[in-house]
Design a protein around this ligand. Structure first.
Ligand SMILES: Cc1cc2nc3c(=O)[nH]c(=O)nc-3n(C[C@H](O)[C@H](O)[C@H](O)COP(=O)(O)OP(=O)(O)OC[C@H]3O[C@@H](n4cnc5c(N)ncnc54)[C@H](O)[C@@H]3O)c2cc1C
Length: 553
């Protein structure tokens, strides 16, 4: 291969791009992988991820006593996606195909590649309304040993072998700004070479141009990620009709490079974005006390026990319960006219139920060592994991107090004096009155009791019900929660071969898309709601399809 020609060009060395390139390399194709970031950012967002994968009817589920099936998963997916647009044609087909993959070939294929999973399967996004509506009926969130880096390492290993064999070239600090088209067919890409940058992985790198480049191939695969790091783009695409006004103040759950810049560039070449107004942002963001990227926020992955209040201290209505309905809760919070909300909990709850999303926030899982998991999560006495305790101590959104009076005073200092102590106390006392029986009329208490029927939740995710106002369960903790941007659910429309499909419904010859920029497949295979673990899963699935596509030269 000459330096600037190949069989295929991959734009973006995140999980989707690496998967596509590895598959192409396996088939003897010559590939140029371009990324605007430096080499030590290899892997994109997946490096930061918790490595949770949505899989169905796995040995891990069966060992935890979970009965799952393709049929149940598909019903959950379609109940969550709620596809209702003409443009959902390809996304719907992708959803079908992914659920089949997740219930079939996915785990054995990844297992053979070397991936392994923590034995307790997580129960994310429970929905909380009807059985045919949104949510996971059963736990399906498989945390990979080694978290995000543990997912990536196997794809990186495959890529490095192809680099050694001369099939793959990796070109970092190459920012693509243009797709070269000839008679409607992709021929290559051009852009700028950016100056070196040694900032730590995930930081905001410079955009200083030190040169230009052009590379040529008959197939161009766009795997450039979503828009979550670009607040302007998030606000522009915000679904006002469904969620109201976008927050003025948000935290970023993704690095700066998740900038959406390739989207208009792909559209100019003939690609077509659909479902751009569908996105997946979290309501449980806290400002990182030790930020890596601009406005860096961390998502709390909550167990079911924290009480959730709006900015004025009114308890949120079910199904706005921790871990149940991400976008439903976002809508309800924004309806209050305030952009933030509060968790109120106890030390016993934080110890068992607070997980922070991100590889660096879970050093025990990321190390892949049982010894570390046991030390951090079981032998830590009344304390939560070290990263959670660090947030409790240093995070600007945390208030810790021995009495409710002190807690409310701290909340009012952070939140502008909107909380009335008597009102908050009455609601917590009422909730505490439901503890004395193993049944309850309170919807959240019912959810807690139901969660504890699942062995995994009882073991490590759901605190034994206790009275919040009993000082022996304290101290009390309040956490101010911000809206945290994360994922784009819509994206570039693709067919089941990963080929871009233009606004006229025709394939754009030579152009492909995979991963988040393609809405994880088809231009939005989640529809309106995600079931979690489906982002990494979708990158692997759509990257694999693009890399195996019979249409790639
Ligand atoms: C903290 C965190 C936790 C997460 N946890 C999970 C989880 O547990 N489970 C799950 O399913 N998902 C999770 N996710 C989501 C998941 O990691 C991402 O959706 C997924 O990794 C996106 O991969 P991608 O390859 O599509 O894009 P990216 O990882 O964003 O990679 C795109 C690459 O393209 C490059 N690029 C962009 N534009 C250009 C250009 N013009 N020229 C050259 N290069 C360009 C970027 O620099 C980047 O390297 C998490 C994400 C984060 C941030």
């Amino acid at each position: 291969m000459t330096n600037n020609t190949a069989d295929a060009i991959v734009i973006g060395a995140g999980l989707a791009g690496l998967t596509a390139a590895a598959e192409l390399g396996d088939r003897g194709k010559r590939v140029i992988v371009l990324d605007q970031e430096p080499e030590h950012f290899l892997g994109g967002q997946a490096f930061w991820s918790l490595g949770g994968l949505f899989m169905v009817d796995t040995p891990e589920q069966r060992r935890m006593g979970i009965r799952d099936s393709h049929e149940l998963a598909l019903r959950d997916w379609m109940g969550s996606a709620q596809f209702d647009r003409d443009e959902d044609n390809w996304p719907r087909k992708w959803a079908d195909a992914y659920v089949e993959f997740a219930a079939g070939e996915m785990r054995p294929w990844l297992h053979e590649m070397g991936l392994r999973w923590f034995p307790v399967v997580g129960w994310a996004e429970r929905g909380g309304s009807y059985a045919d509506g949104h949510g996971n009926s059963v736990p399906r969130f498989h945390i990979t040993w080694g978290t995000g880096p543990g997912v990536l390492e196997h794809f990186v290993r495959r890529i490095r072998a192809h680099v050694d064999a001369g099939l793959i070239q990796l070109k970092f600090r190459h920012q693509v700004s243009h797709i070269i088209m000839q008679n409607g067919t992709a021929k290559g890409v051009s852009g700028e070479v950016l100056a070196d940058d040694s900032i730590q992985r995930g930081g905001k790198t410079n955009r200083d141009e030190v040169g230009e480049f052009e590379v040529y191939a008959p197939s161009v695969i766009v795997t450039s990620g979503g828009i979550g790091g670009n607040f302007e783009m998030v606000r522009k695409n915000w679904p006002h009709d469904r969620l109201g006004e976008p927050p003025k103040d948000m935290v970023a759950g993704v690095p700066f490079h998740v900038d959406g810049r390739m989207i208009p560039i792909s559209e100019k070449a003939g690609g077509h974005v659909i479902n751009g107004d569908r996105m997946w942002h979290y309501t449980e963001g806290v400002r990182n006390w030790d930020p890596i990227w601009p406005a860096h926020g961390i998502r709390i992955l909550p167990g079911p026990s924290s009480m959730w209040f709006d900015a004025r201290g009114n308890r949120l209505q079910p199904p706005c319960l921790p871990g149940f309905d991400t976008l439903g809760t976002l809508r309800e919070i924004l309806k209050t006219g305030y952009e933030y909300s509060w968790f109120v909990l106890t030390q016993k709850v934080i110890k068992k139920e607070f997980a922070l999303s991100g590889s660096e926030q879970n050093p025990d899982f990321t190390s892949g060592s049982w010894k570390e998991v046991i030390r951090q999560r079981i032998l830590s006495g009344s304390k939560a994991t070290a990263p959670v305790e660090a947030f409790k101590e240093k995070g600007e959104d945390f208030v810790v107090a021995n009495t409710l009076t002190e807690l409310v005073s701290g909340m009012n200092q952070l939140g502008g004096g909107l909380i009335d102590e008597a009102h908050l106390r009455a609601q917590i006392e009422a909730r505490d009155s439901q503890i004395d029986n193993p049944f309850s009329k309170d919807a959240q208490m019912m959810a807690i009791l139901a969660a504890r029927n699942y062995r995994g939740d009882r073991l490590i995710r759901t605190a034994k019900p206790h009275k919040f106002l009993d000082p022996s369960n304290g101290p009390l903790i309040a956490v101010k929660l911000h809206v945290l941007t994360r994922k784009s659910l819509g994206g570039l429309q693709t067919n089941l071969d990963g080929q871009m499909v233009g606004a006229d419904g025709q394939v754009v010859p030579g152009l492909f898309a995979a991963g988040e920029v393609a809405g994880f497949g088809g231009g939005g295979y989640h529809g309106y709601n995600a079931l979690e673990g489906t982002f990494l899963g979708g990158c692997i699935f759509s990257g694999r399809i693009a890399g195996r596509s019979r249409a790639v030269a």
